[in-house]
Design a protein around this ligand. Sequence first.
Ligand code: GDP
Length: 176
Amino acid sequence: LTRREEYYIVILGLDNAGKTTLLERIKSIFLGVLGLSPDRIAPTVGLNIGKIDVNRSRLNFWDLGGQRELHGIWEKYYSECHAIIFVVDSTDKERIEECKEIFEKIITNEEVEGVPVLMLANKQDLPNSLKVEEIKEIFNKIALKLGARDSRVLPISALEGEGVREAIDWLCLRLQ
Ligand code: GDP
């Protein structure tokens, strides 16, 4: 019997992007348990953790606090992570500049050099959401700084679960 490979994945993004909802959705899809109904989850204030087993891998998700004053604590987790999920609220056009700044800060951090980055264009169930092509366009210039590392932008609805399985599949392929 071989031991499962352990992988650590950080979930980052501005507050209200949908990080907590995403983690709950991942758990409900892969563990078959539904935690709190997404409406009732308070905005992330600390660290939420989720573990799922996929094939021979154990994926440990860290949903880090999205509030500005908490960004300092993210760095502690960088050095140990195997992948980064960056969640974008596709409907929040007003904070897109802030979102770009944070994203750039994350991907240019030396601790995460070469770590695969999955950007999730969340809230695709809402009619006013930017589509994945528009999100790509917006992050185009910054994405150049990713260099040769694995990266992808995928559309999801964390609330409805659309695209979440595909997102985890993409991650699993990069981790093995
Ligand atoms: P966090 O601060 O990044 O952890 O964000 P939350 O997971 O707390 O979500 C913030 C708000 O956005 C909540 O009201 C969620 O129900 C809502 N939300 C999250 N994901 C989606 C989504 O895919 N679609 C819609 N319509 N709402 C979402």
